[in-house]
Design a protein around this ligand. Structure first.
Ligand SMILES: [Zn+2]
Length: 429
């Protein structure tokens, strides 16, 4: 009799245990390359995924799991509907009805940041046509292409501000503004790495920039730090040997975790690329990165004094492009309540975008890639500072105002150096 009681208790205990595994919710992120359905789980699960045709659908059987809240899909271009049912006694069956056939991949993610255990179902359109890369490099008077990367996105919100603002939202707003004013510049064209609320894998970000044959890659961020008093902008380029300061190191790690948060760690197996990274071409790209980043920082200093006086170096994955000069701009710390508030205003976002553009422009006016409109039309009109030159003397001899001359060269002071190349504003487009 005693024995029987124990057995009964064991059964009910294990049933309770199984039933405690739950699917708690669903988030769907759709980008141009794929759609990710993220199921929030109470615990790690065992599951099976398979696909069926006519009509196209993806079926996921999650063992020993129940559904906590009903799941729904609202106006998604890829997933038409989600249904649930039971397979056997304890297996939850979820059926994703698709608008057209997709290639499904799936993986589990461990808890990270604000998320718990997750099951990610990634749907890739099989018909995604590889955009034919334009042969722009040989085109005479081509535009300079600036790839703008809005940090984070989709499942990865980035840092969260003191009053709850998501970094991913601000980065996209600033990136959009930057693209808009770059596109107004003659000889320059912006390409957005992401243009909506979806996640792009870190390595894919610079690969996309390379595919667009970008001359420069600019990643926009607004991060957080443990100390809410920390404030100010910073501009980073890639370091080969890790970060130069403790804060930079902390940031480098936190940024790189995105690959786990976004769930792309499985894709990160590109050995060929890893070798290319060691290539000498990266050294040249890094020299250019430093020049470009220095111009951007110089320009941003006109808004306020930055967090760090100099361009910093960190091992951010997005900066690891083997041949595209790259920089990452921390526009502010959204962990600082004042900065968070300011960063949300379109006035400040416009200011930021404008100064970043000025810095980029100054860099390309000084070092334009061959065949570009800027190389062919702007560079001939420069003045190289000689011994004995003064800024006012130069302004006078070219019949331009000091204000215009300083503006065209991103200068705050009248100091010039022998050998410095000055762009003449009356020759600007
Ligand atoms: Zn960030």
């Amino acid at each position: 009799m005693k024995k029987l009681v124990i057995t009964v208790m064991l059964i009910s205990f294990s049933t309770a245990l199984f039933a405690s595994r739950e699917v708690k919710g669903l988030r769907i992120w759709s980008g141009p390359d794929d759609t990710k359905a993220v199921l929030d789980l109470s615990d790690q699960v065992d599951y099976k995924l398979f696909q069926l045709d006519n009509p196209p659908r993806v079926v996921v059987d999650i063992e020993q799991t129940s559904l906590k809240n009903s799941l729904s899909v609202t106006s998604n271009p890829v997933i038409k509907n989600i249904r649930n049912g039971k397979k056997g006694k304890n297996t939850l069956r979820l059926v994703f009805d698709l608008n057209e056939k997709q290639k499904a991949k799936s993986f589990l993610l461990k808890p990270a940041q604000q998320y718990g255990h997750r099951l990610v179902i990634k749907l890739e359109n099989e018909q995604v046509q590889k955009k034919t890369v334009q042969q722009v490099l040989n085109k005479k008077d081509r535009d300079i292409i600036v790839a703008i990367d809005a940090g984070h996105g989709g499942e990865d919100p980035g840092a969260t501000g003191a009053s709850g603002t998501y970094e991913k939202v601000l980065t996209l707003q600033i990136a959009n503004k930057l693209a808009e004013i770059i596109n107004k510049e003659k000889g320059m064209k912006a390409v957005m790495i992401r243009d909506g609320d979806y996640y792009v894998a870190l390595r894919k970000r610079f690969i996309k920039a390379r595919e667009a044959q970008a001359d420069l890659f600019v990643s926009i961020h607004a991060d957080a730090f443990t100390d809410p008093k920390v404030r100010g902008m910073s501009v980073y380029i890639l370091s080969k040997n890790g970060a130069t300061s403790e804060a930079a190191q902390w940031l480098a790690q936190s940024e790189n975790k995105s690959d786990l948060v976004g769930g792309v760690v499985l894709e990160d197996k590109d050995n060929v690329l890893a070798k290319v990274l060691l290539d000498l071409s990266q050294n040249a790209a890094m020299d250019s990165s430093l020049k470009a980043a220095s111009e951007v920082l110089k320009s941003l200093k006109k808004i306020e004094s930055p967090h760090k006086k100099y361009v910093e170096r960190a091992s951010f994955v997005v900066l690891k492009s083997p041949d595209v000069p790259s920089m990452l701009i921390e526009t502010a710390y959204i962990s600082n309540p004042d900065e968070e508030k300011r960063l949300k205003t379109s006035d400040f976002q416009n200011k930021l975008a404008d100064k970043i553009k000025d810095g980029i422009k100054a860099y390309f006016y000084q070092s334009p890639p061959p065949n570009t409109w800027i190389a062919n039309h702007v560079t001939a009109k420069k003045h190289i500072v000689a011994s004995g030159d003064t800024l006012s003397g130069i302004a006078q001899s070219y019949n331009v105002t000091m204000t215009d001359l300083k503006k065209a060269n991103n200068k705050n002071s009248n100091t010039i150096l022998v050998g410095e190349v000055l762009v003449l504003p009356n020759t600007l487009p």
